[in-house]
Design a protein around this ligand. Structure first.
Ligand code: ADP
Length: 144
């Protein structure tokens, strides 16, 4: 089993619904450990980098606006196979298709914005995790 670190963002819907603690508790219950945790406002620049893979999509301006509705909570989370396991805990992008028991299925939007307002971002592979950790945390902000 690989000891990895994933970059998670609690999106503005999670913050507005007071769900940061509830979702973080699910991660801790899995045995994952916190290496870094902070609240931050996301600039146009960091969002253009972070969402470069959807920058040409027609919905990107809405996603940028959503991600700037409030500060987000950035989390560096470590553990065995944490990257894939957190993606499983989240469920698919669309909260309506996400199964009950998954974070997006239980807490994501169910009334029209289900593909966008889906509670958390999580790294989708080791390479993106390394890039995303650097994007959101300085070395001195991360516990070993
Ligand atoms: P994921 O976050 O599940 O890895 P993507 O990387 O494809 O999904 O998309 C990034 C984010 O953009 C999603 O989490 C969601 O907030 C938003 N998004 C994706 N697809 C759509 C869509 N069709 N309409 C609106 N927002 C979307």
């Amino acid at each position: 089993m690989a000891n990895e670190t994933s970059l998670i963002l609690f999106k503005p819907d999670a913050v507005a619904k007071n769900l940061v603690g509830t979702v973080l508790a699910r991660f801790e219950a899995e045995g994952f450990t916190i290496r870094g945790l902070k609240m931050m406002s996301l600039s146009d620049e960091i969002l253009a980098e972070h969402y470069a893979h959807i920058a040409e999509m027609p919905f990107f301006p809405s996603v940028r606006g959503f991600m700037q509705e409030s500060p987000v909570v950035a989390l560096a989370l470590a553990g065995d196979n944490v990257i894939a396991r957190v993606r499983d805990l989240l469920g698919p992008t669309d909260s309506v298709t996400a199964a009950e028991g998954t974070i997006r299925g239980d807490f994501g939007d169910k009334s029209g914005d289900s593909k966008m307002r889906n509670i958390c971002h999580a790294s989708d592979g080791p390479e993106t995790a390394a890039e995303e950790l650097k994007r959101f945390f300085g070395d001195s902000e991360l516990a070993r």
